[in-house]
Design a protein around this ligand. Sequence first.
Ligand code: HEC
Ligand code: HEC
Length: 200
Amino acid sequence: MVAFVRLLPEMSPATYRALTEVPGSGTAGPDTARIAVCAGCHGTDGRGRGQPDMPVLGGQSPAYLRAALQAYATGKRQSAVMANAAATLTPGEMTRLARHFAAMPGLGTTTASGSVNAARIVREGLPAKQLPACASCHAPGKPYPVLAGQSATYIAQRLRNWRGDETVVDARKSQATMPVIARRIPEDMIDPIAAYLAGK
Ligand code: HEC
Ligand code: HEC
């Protein structure tokens, strides 16, 4: 530290930034150009720029965001815009960008509120339909994405995506956790649940 302070007067701005910046966290770090591209849609604060279908990234689990980037890059998760944005990221960039956006304030700060029936499904599920409580997985301290405070439009869109085409029989659809759960939610409860989780 002492050596660092002594060096300060003769240090160029670039050297100073290189020594003081946490990788990927600053505005002039190695990921600056990448972050600027992401911010074009997600905002510099990771909350989107007012588009209702944009997920909030701030406050999300960094491991989840990292996995999402990987899934977009490989096509396992489909989104034309994100496939494009993730295609050329290196593994290190994925990790740093995920941490960068996850570290921002955002999700988890809004308290769920709204429909009583939505609240019951989130907290208790619907045992008769073998629908588990959302909160049994989506809760603080668990390794699942944070839903509290997420955009309602985005939540509803993801759930409907997982349900897939209503004319195709369930046996022919994905048996992964969320697609199965999404199909068990009564259709008329999707929007109330999404609004409840968003806290709006
Ligand atoms: C052209 C607009 C656009 C750009 C640029 C963009 N994104 Fe996205 N991003 C989206 C949209 C739209 C979604 C939701 C896609 C979906 O439904 O899966 C999304 C989803 C995500 C998700 C998943 C969030 C979740 O909750 O599952 C992550 C992580 C993400 N973006 C990170 C990034 C990063 C990092 C960059 C920069 C390298 C970036 N995005 C650039 C529009 C964009
Ligand atoms: C058994 C655990 C489990 C339960 C119960 C569960 N989920 Fe999930 N959920 C997951 C996992 C795992 C993911 C991440 C999926 C992925 O990345 O493909 C996820 C992702 C999501 C996402 C996407 C988040 C994002 O940022 O894109 C939404 C929305 C969601 N779940 C809603 C719900 C709702 C609503 C319920 C209750 C009806 C529920 N989940 C119950 C495990 C669960």
